[in-house]
Write a protein that binds this ligand. Structure first.
Ligand code: NOJ
Length: 492
């Protein structure tokens, strides 16, 4: 053997590579980074930064129930779920997970995971049953007790001010987000809440998923308030939501204790270079900026992009220079919900800045039809945010999957599909943090199965299985997986 140390197989491989014009060292480099490459942190490429914050997430309407208790007002979702044909399994969230009464037990579920943070949302109609005016003290009391319970258990509370449960009174009075008056009412509510919780809550998210609430609430009508508006009005609604975000940021600053941090929690449109070449990466960045133009881009740049305005044409929203200033009020972090690849992108050959590729009918998805599998979304989502806008602090405010979970005869739930999904997404999150992207924490959606909007209780996203007849919570295998991830601070 003259090539000492090389097996016959290895030699055959080198021959094949050189036929393709690839040298052995290049091929090796592509597969295996050198030991000095940044993703080998302490010898473990799957490890996360030391102070990385692991959490779980829920939202008020999806878990609380108790819709008529302690003076809570009606929300647009209460009205919507009781209309015929809106919810697939004809369910409502009148009881949901009964979390309003069981919050102490649920805090123990978080604690058992070893999670150090919890993202929950505050129901506006509990605090202001009429949307504004006289507050209902008992409403905020509930969140105050929840916050105390979390802190007593070593869990840091992260509060979302708006996760879609708009007071019905504002829908009736102003047409909800169709009017800028709702944006103003949102700021008043934000200031009121912040003044009372920022002694204990240091991170506040303004609005959850503007993109979905606008599209599904006012475009397709699949979510409350269930409208099908023309494009111009949809764009106007989105502008009002962005304005509501900006006004709320200012209200949090005005009423929060020193050190209170605030930012959005958006389902960023994730644009992935189909093949990682410099030209495709650039194209994906431009696509990310344009496809998020109606919300994140205007928040972070203080203007609607030229392409957005040109594309919208006569349907562009009406706005003032002052609005743009408000919308782009400085924020402390960007929260992004990352579930799937929204777009695969390549550089265009016809002079356009990018080309979006179609999804094949066979493209795989999880139990929810919309939930395409594409773990690299977890890398490109935050990377575009950090790179395009020089954002220094990012939270993954949601990630997770539905699965058709079954409790088996031994009383356990073996959700290995969820573990597969999470492991792959977390590996790309590890890639992102190992390259130094400023991601501070991750909130797994969701702590427990809950009311999945128009899918009712048919789609389960929880780490804990919930029997909605008995309210029994059972940890799934994925809960053990996540506990291990948290314990080792690494993908396992
Ligand atoms: C994002 C939403 O914020 C949350 O309410 C929903 O349950 C999950 N996506 C899963 O669809």
């Amino acid at each position: 053997m003259f090539f000492k140390g090389f097996s016959r197989r290895r030699l055959a491989k080198i021959a094949a590579w050189s036929a393709l014009g690839i040298s052995a060292s290049t091929a090796g480099a592509a597969r295996q980074p050198a030991a000095s490459a940044p993703n080998f942190r302490g010898g473990n490429p799957a490890a996360f930064p030391k102070d990385f914050l692991w959490g779980t997430a829920t939202s008020s309407y999806q878990i609380e129930g108790a819709v008529n208790e302690d003076g809570r007002g009606l929300s647009i979702w209460d009205r919507f779920v009781h209309l015929p044909g809106k919810i697939i399994d004809r369910s409502t969230a009148d009881v949901a997970n009964d979390h309003y009464h069981r919050y102490k037990e649920d805090v123990q579920l978080i604690r058992e995971l070893g999670a150090k943070a919890y993202r929950f949302s505050i129901a506006w109609p509990r605090v202001f049953p009429e949307g504004g005016g006289t507050p209902n003290a008992k409403g905020l009391d509930f969140y105050s007790r929840l916050i105390d319970e979390l802190l007593a258990n070593g869990i840091e509370p992260f509060a979302t001010l708006y996760h879609w449960d708009l007071p019905q009174a504002l829908q009736d009075r102003y047409g909800g987000w169709r009017s800028r008056d709702t944006a103003k009412a949102f700021a008043d509510y934000a200031g009121y809440v912040t003044a009372r919780i920022s002694d204990r809550v240091k991170h506040i998210f303004t609005i959850n998923e503007c993109a979905r609430l606008v599209q599904a609430g006012f475009g397709t009508g699949l979510d409350a308030p269930g409208l099908n508006l023309p494009q111009k009005e949809i764009n106007q609604v989105r502008h009002h939501v962005a304005l509501g975000h900006g006004l709320a940021v200012q209200a949090v600053r005005a009423h929060g204790r020193a050190g209170t941090k605030v930012g959005p929690a958006e389902n960023v449109e994730v644009c992935i270079p189909a093949i990682e070449t410099p030209a495709n990466i650039r194209a994906a960045e431009i696509a990310a900026r344009e496809l998020n133009a109606g919300y994140l881009t205007v928040i972070l740049e203080g203007k609607y992009t030229e392409a957005f305005l040109a594309y919208a044409g006569a349907n562009a929203p009406s706005f003032t220079a002052d609005d743009l200033k408000t919308i782009s009020s400085p924020i402390d972090f960007v929260g992004i919900n990352v579930y799937m690849p929204n777009q695969y992108v390549v550089a265009a050959e016809d002079g356009s800045p990018f080309r979006l590729l179609p999804f094949a009918p066979t493209y795989p998805h999880m139990d929810s039809n919309w939930l395409r599998i594409g773990p690299e979304a977890m890398y490109w989502g935050p990377r575009h945010v950090a790179k395009l806008w020089n954002v220094q602090s990012i939270y993954i405010t949601e990630n997770g999957t539905s699965a058709a979970d079954q409790v088996t005869a031994d009383g356990k739930v073996y959700d290995i599909d969820r573990i597969m999904y999470l492991r792959n997404y977390l590996s790309h999150l590890a890639r992102a943090t190992s390259e130094g992207l400023p991601i501070k924490g991750y909130f797994l959606w969701s702590l427990m199965d809950n009311f999945e909007w128009s899918d009712g209780y048919e789609k389960r996203f929880g780490l804990y299985h919930v029997n909605f007849e008995t309210q029994r919570r059972t940890p799934k295998l994925s809960a053990s997986f996540y506990r291990e991830v948290i314990k080792r601070n690494a993908v396992v």
